[in-house]
Write a protein that binds this ligand. Structure first.
Ligand SMILES: [Zn+2]
Length: 76
């Protein structure tokens, strides 16, 4: 389990809030290993910020694959 802090500047290992066209909340995250930006729109995020299923970096050259927690998610 890796904890991601909230950040609006796409720093590595952070997340940024996203609002879907359906009105649902989601998030973008930046890979802590390679800096790749990706969306968590195909994941579910529980009220504590726990993301399911585990997150795989979409960058082919990167091996990041972990369960992540979005720190601060429940404060919004
Ligand atoms: Zn990566």
């Amino acid at each position: 389990m890796r904890t991601f802090s909230q950040n609006n500047n796409y720093k590595r290992g952070t997340w940024k809030g996203l609002k879907l066209s359906t009105g649902q909340r989601s998030a973008d995250f930046t890979c802590p290993d390679c800096g790749q930006l990706a969306a968590l729109t195909h994941h579910t995020i529980d009220w504590k910020g726990g993301v399911n299923p585990s997150v795989v970096c979409p960058n082919n050259g990167c091996k990041f694959h972990e369960y992540i927690l979005l720190e601060g998610w429940h404060d919004k």
